[in-house]
Design a binder for this molecule. Structure first.
Ligand code: HEC
Length: 394
């Protein structure tokens, strides 16, 4: 009981002042860490410190930290070692950054440990990370995270490195690649050029990536998009016409094939929606929805902005180093903004945010059927209206 009380006091001492961006409490906590040999107590202190410093970068290293971190690196407790290392990163220790890069690049290290190393390096915005990430594009176990992480860096070598492996990537990682290439204007220009030359199939371009590309607000990117993708259709009247057009198309042709429709769903919808227990959670679970009703489906797919539940409104965040992120803001305070995109959850420190613009649009993209052939739309609708999961068509 006494210990619990002490812990609470210490926690409050550590967290509250740090939250207020005042790091005066740090040296005292470091001293306490140095004096204790109790791994549980050390862990509590470390947790308090890292909770208080969450989302901050470039915090000055408190006096005594080098010695204490060297001692904690030998702790029998793995969580103590890991937390101490991640705090070293927050304090900008070069040795800690280098050690983590080695761990991240090691294909024989445990997948979890590599993931944590990557998360810590990203949180510290390690300047030497892009080169490591580009090498990891050839490592199937680490490739997806490397692709997502590369969006954080304005590194001129990234587009070529990503485009080189693009053709060999599975569907989910192609999405990661496209989202990263849509995150910055120079990357987007390289992506669109690769689509024009045929290196990346035009049919891989999906509505959510198009929206991300438009959010860059670059005239050259928009002109290319118009050629490859077409113009955005906006008015309510057009929407009614589109719904009528698809109804005719679905009524007239041959019946769709659900197994092929599942493949279309995997490519175009699954990153955001659960159906039959598989998929992402950005949008509502479609399993229990009114799927069997064609009008419901067409209205929601073709006119997602008719009614937008507030939880699903998109915002566009621009970072000071010119990355654009379109997603749902799930949390924000004085320290950081948390934004969920179709393929990632990002915590951006306030100091790196150039602008955050709340949008009027749903996270469900417009024009989603525009990229599909008539046969693909029939297959997709047949799959969506089905009562149960079907095997995926090859
Ligand atoms: C980038 C993420 C994203 C993608 C991709 C996406 N959706 Fe959505 N979808 C959402 C979100 C968020 C909502 C909820 C907000 C809204 O209704 O506008 C939604 C809503 C819906 C709804 C209405 C659900 C309800 O609440 O009744 C349907 C139906 C739907 N989507 C179908 C699809 C289909 C089919 C596809 C693929 C062709 C697709 N969506 C692709 C994010 C997405």
């Amino acid at each position: 009981m006494k210990r619990l009380l002490l812990m609470l006091v210490l926690w409050a001492a550590a967290v509250l002042p740090l939250r207020a961006q005042n790091d005066d409490a740090l040296p005292a906590l470091v001293q306490l860490l140095g004096q204790s040999d109790d791994p549980q107590f050390q862990l509590d202190l470390l947790k308090g410190m890292s909770e208080g410093l969450k989302g901050r970068r470039g915090v000055a290293m408190p006096v005594g930290w080098e010695a204490v971190s060297a001692k904690l690196a030998k702790s029998p407790s793995a969580p103590v070692r890991e937390l101490a290392q991640s705090l070293s990163l927050t304090f900008g220790s070069r040795a800690a950054l280098a050690a983590l890069r080695v761990l991240l690049a090691d294909p024989k290290a445990e997948a979890d440990a590599r993931q944590q190393a990557l998360a810590a390096l990203l949180a510290a915005k390690d300047p030497a990370l892009p080169a490591t990430l580009q090498t990891l594009l050839r490592d199937a176990a680490a490739r997806g995270s490397a692709l997502r992480a590369l969006a954080s860096y304005d590194d001129a070598r990234t587009p070529a490195a990503v485009l080189e492996v693009y053709g060999s990537l599975p569907v989910a990682e192609r999405k990661d690649a496209l989202n990263t290439l849509a995150a910055r204007t120079p990357f987007a220009q390289a992506l669109l050029a690769a689509m024009v030359s045929g290196q990346v199939p035009k049919s891989d371009l999906m509505a959510d990536v198009v929206r991300q590309l438009r959010s860059l607000k670059n005239a050259e990117v928009n002109a290319q998009l118009e050629k490859i993708w077409g113009v955005a259709r906006e008015s309510g009247e057009d929407k009614l016409k589109e719904i009528a057009k698809y109804k005719t198309l679905l009524g007239a042709g041959p019946a769709g094939e659900p197994a092929r429709g599942r493949a279309v769903f995997t490519r175009t919808c699954q990153q955001c929606h659960l159906l039959f227990g598989e998929g992402g959670k950005i949008g509502p679970d479609l399993t229990g929805s009114n799927r069997a009703d064609l009008d419901y489906l067409l209205q929601n797919i073709l006119d997602p902005n008719a009614v937008i539940p507030n939880d699903y409104r998109t915002s566009t965040l621009e970072t000071k180093d010119d990355r654009s992120i379109t997603g749902i803001v799930t949390k924000q305070d004085g320290t950081a903004v948390t934004i969920v995109t179709p393929n990632d959850t990002l915590v951006i420190p306030r100091g790196e945010v150039k602008s955050l613009t709340p949008g009027e649009l749903s996270m469900m993209p417009e024009g989603i059927l525009q990229a599909l052939t008539a046969a693909e739309v029939r297959d997709l609708v047949a799959y969506l209206r089905g009562a149960a999961q079907v095997p995926l068509a090859k």
